[in-house]
Design a protein around this ligand. Sequence first.
Ligand SMILES: Nc1ncnc2c1ncn2[C@@H]1O[C@H](COP(=O)(O)OP(=O)(O)O)[C@@H](O)[C@H]1O
Ligand code: SF4
Ligand SMILES: [Mg+2]
Length: 322
Amino acid sequence: MTPETTLPLFSLLDVEKAFPIEGGRREIKALDGIRLNLLPGQSLALVGESGSGKSTLVRVMLGLEAPTNGRVLVGSAELGSMDTAQRRGFARDVAYIYQDARGSLNPRMDVAALLAEPIRLHALRAEREIDGRVDELLAQVGLPRALRHKFATELSGGQVRRVAVARALACEPRVIVADESVAGLDVSVQAQLLNLLRDLQRTSGIAMVFVTHDLGVAAYLCEEVAVMYLGRIVEMGPTAQILQAPRHPYTRALMKAFPRFDSPLAVSLQGEIPSPANLPSGCRFRTRCDEARADCALTDPVQSLLDGRRHVACLHPLAVAA
Ligand SMILES: Nc1ncnc2c1ncn2[C@@H]1O[C@H](COP(=O)(O)OP(=O)(O)O)[C@@H](O)[C@H]1O
Ligand code: SF4
Ligand SMILES: [Mg+2]
């Protein structure tokens, strides 16, 4: 990653990711025209229903999937054509917390070994300092020192996620990317973990990309939100502005289901989410949109800058109440 702090950490320029389906006879676009900048220290939530493309977007940003179109820049370097030294720097600068935190931890390593591994890998401390650094990391994520010699199988769900956060911090990254890191936890454990992530992010200045299907979680944790629908960012901007006055009908519908929209959406959203293999003509949201007009079936609205920092992909953005 480049040393210039003014450059975005990530710039995505019209990124598209298509997957072949039906034995290669057709394709679906899991991502379609994604434009996104992540600045140093920024916290960005990717929000959307299941299947909206959140995990694919994260995998493209991490270089685990190549985009089928568009560009992914890390600082000023093209992610797909980094040399070995740049790749090593990227692996340290961008830490990833997997959706399945338990499955991502080697079951044969105890907590101390799990935390020491990235420190050694990136040569961040002398050998004699590693033990002390492990203790520091445990303290930072609120885990007792006594857990050093436990294995992931012996830990609770909340403890496992904390270990995963500590492992991310061990790299001393500039960005932490976390996919559904609090999903499936008890509400109280979830709240503790969210508090931890929020404090870490605010005090450390590490940028964060947090994937969640829960708008409440997104609002609590992140200063910026990108709302995704069927592979596209339909609204993006400062969280406070979006919550106060959503400009995209989909965002408004999600907010009616606020703070959780992982359960049935019947109250605020009509119909089912279409399959990405059979997108409606024109605007992909039109089959469920209560603002749809005739032109919405003809023109596919692209993501465009609306007011200052707000991006919206809609032909008829909602008005801001006076
Ligand atoms: N490897 C793949 N092959 C084919 N389709 C995929 C693949 N990965 C994801 N998809 C499809 O892309 C869409 C977006 O998936 P995903 O990024 O996992 O969404 P989310 O994380 O928001 O639930 C879905 O329709 C999914 O079925
Ligand atoms: S373009 Fe039309 S259908 Fe799509 S979100 Fe806007 S108003 Fe609704
Ligand atoms: Mg996902």
